[in-house]
Design a protein around this ligand. Structure first.
Ligand SMILES: Cc1ncc(COP(=O)(O)O)c(C=O)c1O
Length: 352
């Protein structure tokens, strides 16, 4: 066997494209190897059952369902709580709206975006959107997202979530929370996740972002809704067999990786502070969690040119809208990597 050439960490590329690039931890690999497994499509898989029960309890819900992706968790929450020709109301830059509403082409549902600020819906617009009668569609579900990806990782204030939940309940409409990065929000607010999830009926939690598991998400909620979601998961082909191997890594993620997210938040802030020292050419959002958006409009370069130039300088980022870049911190990014990332931005600025 040929030996692998060791990677010199000072020359490795810094990957700030997403927290989804995180690899499993050594403890995850060990739990995957030792996990009791079964057939989750036949008579059940013990590790999957353990994950589902554990996440449901942590989030203060009756039941959980392990699914291959957070997109599927959100879709199942919608399908299990709505009928064709009804609508889902949500903030108009929510991931479920900007990136997942294509599902409407086969679900027969409509997604109604509501304008807002920092990921929080304008409550007057929400009230309008939920009105029924005449030409209006019946609202089947209201959805929120925290932390909020497109709002630069903003965390919804709990008072806002409570207000939305109260309005929806008064209208007899269930609420779903896209908590892909719920643990980031909890750490940022300094509360346990259940303090956030009590303002929603169903919640999706992604295991493969900052929590570092290789794949998967868990949908949680009341038993009857989750029973419907389980049937729908099979219809979508989302029932997996020896899925306990993946569930074991997910369990390690939710049990051991939540508290360290505070480090990712501090590093996002370090990045933002460093980039804001390069003003006025560049400006960066001040993050509440692990996402920083960098405004490049005043640099005379397009964001696609920026992505390429930064890549040449050893830094991977993603274009976000026409003039912004998105940088996401995660477990593989240490302080030295942040400092090198700032240097890469400086280098590109100097070479314009
Ligand atoms: C807020 C939010 N929800 C849902 C998803 C979908 O997750 P997945 O790619 O695991 O399906 C993402 C992915 O980035 C996200 O940021």
């Amino acid at each position: 066997m040929t030996e692998r050439t060791p990677v010199d960490p000072s020359r490795a590329r810094i990957d700030l494209r997403s927290d989804t690039v995180t690899h499993p931890t050594a403890a995850m690999y060990e739990r995957m190897r030792a996990a009791p497994i079964g057939d989750d499509g036949l008579d059940g898989d013990p590790s999957v059952r353990e994950l589902e029960a554990y996440v449901a309890t942590r989030l203060g819900k009756e039941a959980g369902l392990f699914v291959p992706s957070c997109t599927m968790a959100n879709l199942l929450a919608v399908l299990a709580q709505s009928q064709r020709n009804e609508q889902v109301v949500l903030e108009s830059t929510a991931h479920m709206y900007t990136s997942e509403r294509g599902a409407a082409t086969f679900t027969g549902l409509f997604y109604q975006g509501v304008t807002g600020a920092n990921g929080a819906m304008d409550l007057n617009r929400l009230e309008d959107a939920m009105l029924s009668g005449g030409h209006r569609l019946k609202t089947a579900l209201v959805a929120m997202e925290t932390s909020h990806n497109n709002a630069g990782g903003a965390v919804l204030p709990l008072e806002h979530m409570q207000a939305v939940y109260g309005m929806a309940q008064a209208a007899g409409v269930p609420v779903h929370l896209d908590g892909a990065r719920l643990f980031n929000a909890a750490v940022a607010l300094g509360v346990v996740p259940a303090e956030i999830t009590r303002h929603a009926d169903t919640v999706s939690l992604c295991l493969s972002k900052g929590l570092s598991a290789p794949v998967g998400a868990v949908l949680t909620g009341a038993r009857p809704v989750l029973a419907r979601a389980r049937v729908l998961r099979r219809m979508l082909g989302g029932t997996q067999r020896q899925a306990g191997i993946m569930a074991a890594a997910g369990l390690e993620g939710v049990q051991a990786m939540g508290d360290r997210l505070i480090e990712d938040h501090a590093r996002a802030r370090r990045l933002s502070d460093g980039l804001n020292r390069l003003a006025p050419a560049l400006s960066a959002t001040v993050p509440q969690t692990n996402i920083v958006q960098v405004e490049t409009a005043d640099t005379g370069m397009t964001n696609v040119q920026w992505v390429t130039a930064l890549e040449d300088a050893g830094l991977l980022t993603r274009p976000w809208g026409r003039t912004r870049l998105r940088c996401v911190t995660h477990r593989h990014i240490d302080d030295a990597a942040i400092d090198r990332a700032i240097e890469a931005f400086k280098k590109v600025l100097a070479s314009r």
